[in-house]
Design a protein around this ligand. Structure first.
Ligand code: AMP
Ligand code: ZN
Length: 488
């Protein structure tokens, strides 16, 4: 499948062509671990996860690298103010290292609950200080840097293409001092810190020696150093939220290309913001943020939120409201009910077939050419939606169409669900949860499982029969025991 992705760099949809045939290298800017991630941040990670899944679905072998910013992200984009880690440390009376450890774990709990596939390489900034120093040295050698009283800076006037990602107006804006407060020692308003010195007479919790003086790296150099290390001088895709276009990614391009002399990234993809009704955006600094566990407290699971994210295209702002989330939860639950009853149907036929040698599931419909055409038309529509810059809302609409289509048999519908869930990542094929069975039936399933594990197959068979009489069919799969309610 050919994928068309909107590239912020060219401001157009482009066909994705990997540098190495059949492979895709992706770098996604990871969390700054001084506080819990909010659901706005998580929207961006869900979008990036769908991108990864779409690439894998299209046959690419994906190499995904994600950083953890555990040092150097200052409160202001103008390289001023405190390091967020030190703020977290003071807020909670713990060391910056403890804060980083705690919120990194919390982040990956959310990440996994959202069913985001773990990166192939997970890299912490504090483990890559050597690489950052090396990169700054290369920039220094190329004449791109200068030192002032609080650190070593990148001189943007030496990089002619500065601002190519954000567009001319952005650069003009910076020049006018509109976006970034101007530190009078800097040569140009847009110049940014590569290495910041520990202020005289102070000791930071996170600081390292360098040839320029004791201090810590700038936030932007972290992502350049780690992406170059793990993906090479030029790689395929770099992602983040739209707020990163103007400064963070613009600066990453400048310093990476100025150091290597080569194009840094071929495709830049950015996810739009989750916004709060009546507010500009959801932000930790604005104090209007909601976490995944706050959703949980009100009865919403992580996958309800994932489904909610699919209500808008990733390049459109999405407005959060509890009503909209409730409606997503309801839709997902209806979707699951539909799928469970399809599974029940398929299993029922399967069981009858075993008993009375009826034709295999789907065999009747496979004979119908018209049915097959319809199925492949739906499939084609689904693939087109995904291929068109990850139009997941559209792809989801196709799934609903398939489920409603009375001319498609349950087994084929299930096949479609399974295939499409490779993109959605909603665990749509997971069986009806055990808790929904009466306690007595659930414990019979457990007992049978124990009997099987003890190789007491006679007992296991007896319990299977007993369960069948109760209207429950059990099946042993490589992933464990599955069960279905069969309505006799
Ligand atoms: P941070 O942990 O602040 O570095 O942000 C992590 C990711 O979340 C980055 O890719 C940001 O661009 C993204 N992000 C921040 N705020 C929002 C928001 N309100 N909606 C969507 N993404 C966001
Ligand atoms: Zn980054």
């Amino acid at each position: 499948m050919e994928l068309y992705l909107y590239n912020t760099l060219s401001r157009s949809k482009e066909k994705f062509i990997g540098i190495k045939q059949g492979e895709a290298g992706i770098y996604t800017c990871g969390p700054t671990v001084y506080l819990y991630a909010h659901i706005g941040n998580l929207r961006t990670y869900v979008f990036e996860d769908v991108l990864k899944r779409a690439l894998t679905y299209s046959g690419y072998k994906v190499q995904h690298v994600m950083n953890v910013t555990d040092v150097g992200h200052l409160v202001s984009d103008s390289d001023e103010g405190e390091d967020k880690m030190e703020i977290g440390s003071r807020r909670e009376g713990k060391t910056a290292w403890e804060i980083a450890g705690f919120y990194t774990e919390a982040f990956f709990r959310d990440f996994k609950d959202l069913n985001c596939i773990m990166p192939d390489v997970l890299c912490k900034a504090t483990y890559h200080i050597k690489e950052m120093i090396k990169l700054i040295s290369a920039l220094e050698k190329n004449g791109m840097t200068y030192g002032i009283s609080d650190g070593i800076y990148f001189d943007v006037s030496k990089f002619p293409d500065y601002g190519k990602l954000a567009g001319k107006s952005h650069v003009e804006g910076i020049k006018a001092g509109a976006r970034v407060e101007h530190n009078p020692e800097k040569r140009n308003p847009a110049d940014f810190a590569l290495w910041k010195f520990t202020p005289a007479g102070q000791q930071r919790q996170m600081e390292w020696d360098s040839k320029w003086g004791r201090g810590f790296p700038g936030w932007h150099i972290e992502c350049s150093a780690m992406s170059l290390k793990y993906l090479g001088e030029t790689f395929d895709i770099h992602c983040g939220g739209v707020d990163h276009i103007a400064i963070h990614h613009t600066n990453e391009i400048a310093q990476s290309e100025a150091a290597t002399g080569r194009k840094f990234v071929n495709y830049w993809l950015h996810g739009e913001f989750l916004v709060m009704t009546g507010a500009d955006k959801m932000a930790k600094s604005a104090g209007n943020f909601i976490t995944l566990s706050a959703l949980n407290d009100r009865g919403y699971g992580a996958l309800d939120y994932r489904y909610f994210c699919f209500s808008a295209h990733y390049r459109k702002q999405l407005e959060f409201s509890w009503e909209a989330l409730a409606s997503s939860k309801q839709s997902l639950s209806t979707l699951r009910e539909n799928i469970w009853s399809l599974q029940d149907d398929a299993l029922k036929h399967g069981v009858r077939r075993n008993k009375a040698a009826l034709p295999a599931i789907g065999a009747a419909s496979a004979a119908s050419g018209q049915n097959m055409d319809k199925k492949s038309a739906h499939h084609e529509k689904f693939r087109q939606a995904v291929a068109d810059d990850l139009n997941v809302p559209q792809a989801l609409a196709v799934l609903w169409e398939v489920l409603r289509d009375k001319t498609i048999c349950p087994a084929e519908k299930l096949e479609f669900v399974k295939d499409s869930d490779r993109i959605f990542g909603l665990n749509l094929m997971s069986p009806r949860p055990l808790e929904e069975l009466p306690a007595e039936t659930a414990s019979l399933i457990d007992e049978r499982d124990r009997a099987r594990k003890n190789k007491d197959f006679k007992k296991a068979d007896e319990i299977r029969k007993e369960l069948l009489e109760k209207g429950v069919a059990v099946e042993d799969t490589p992933r464990g025991v599955r069960w279905k309610i069969i309505k006799n």
